[in-house]
Design a protein around this ligand. Structure first.
Ligand SMILES: *Cc1c(COP(=O)(O)O)cnc(C)c1O
Length: 236
């Protein structure tokens, strides 16, 4: 119990700092505060942390591995917390059936083949699955994300699938890139996406190290792990 109180205080302090960073970045960009949603990326951290964050007002959580996320989401739901779960990791097609049971949003859709499997599985859901297209900013598809030339093929197939709802784009700034350059590029693609599909206005960009640049370039969602929960033991 005491340890729980200590962790709660730590998470509350971190959350306040992150919220202040987001608010300052919004102000500097001339954007209304509240125009950016915080997604807490809780990978490697236990369900107890998710519950503490939920108690502190966090509404959205992100996970990147199905096995870990499925168990955590079940535990959190059993404890009575109702959160919006974002799947942000590489999604293997054989994990789709599991992921669509707890995820509200899949942010990492990057191929037509994955869209087809998702659409088939999502047809069984009571509500459509929100999907973001993960965009490759440096054009290196090996590292995940759709290259620009394939963007409309993949997003058209999402838009044409009954069980899926196209929400917008997601990206990770490539290692070694200036985040402003990366997110400026993303912003151009996001703008074209929103023109082509008027409902697809979500821009998920920005992590602990670069959320200010992402907000400057129009991010509607930032995905924050380390600055909220602490350093992870592994690199993921
Ligand atoms: C881990 C992860 C994050 C969070 O990164 P931090 O640097 O810890 O804030 C954001 N997005 C994705 C896709 C991730 O895998």
């Amino acid at each position: 119990m005491e340890r729980d109180e200590g962790r709660r205080a730590e998470l509350a302090a971190n959350l306040q700092l992150v919220r202040e960073r987001i608010a300052r970045a919004c102000e500097a960009a001339g954007r209304p505060s509240g125009s950016v949603t915080l997604t807490a990326v809780t990978k490697t951290y236990p369900a107890s942390d998710v519950l503490l964050l939920a108690g502190l007002g966090v509404t959205d959580v992100g996970e990147n591995r199905d096995q870990e996320a499925a168990a955590k989401a079940a535990e959190v739901r059993a404890a009575g917390a109702n959160l919006r779960w974002h799947f942000v990791g590489r999604l293997q097609r054989n994990k789709v059936r599991s992921v669509i049971r707890y995820a509200d949003v899949v942010e990492s859709v990057d191929s037509e083949r994955l869209v087809a499997v998702l659409a088939r599985a999502a047809a069984e859901r009571p509500v459509p699955l929100d999907v973001l297209i993960q965009v490759s900013i440096d054009g290196d598809a090996e590292r995940g994300g759709v290259v620009e030339d394939d963007l409309w093929r993949v997003s058209d197939s999402v838009a044409g699938s009954d069980g899926l709802r196209l929400g917008g784009v997601m990206a990770v700034a490539p290692l070694g890139w200036d985040p402003d350059r990366a997110f400026a590029k993303l912003s151009v693609l996001a703008g074209r996406m929103a023109e082509r599909y008027p409902g697809a206005t979500t821009v998920s960009a920005g992590m602990s190290g670069d959320l200010e640049a992402a907000v400057r370039h129009g991010a509607t969602h930032v995905r924050i792990g380390t600055s909220l929960l602490g350093m992870r033991n592994s690199l993921r």
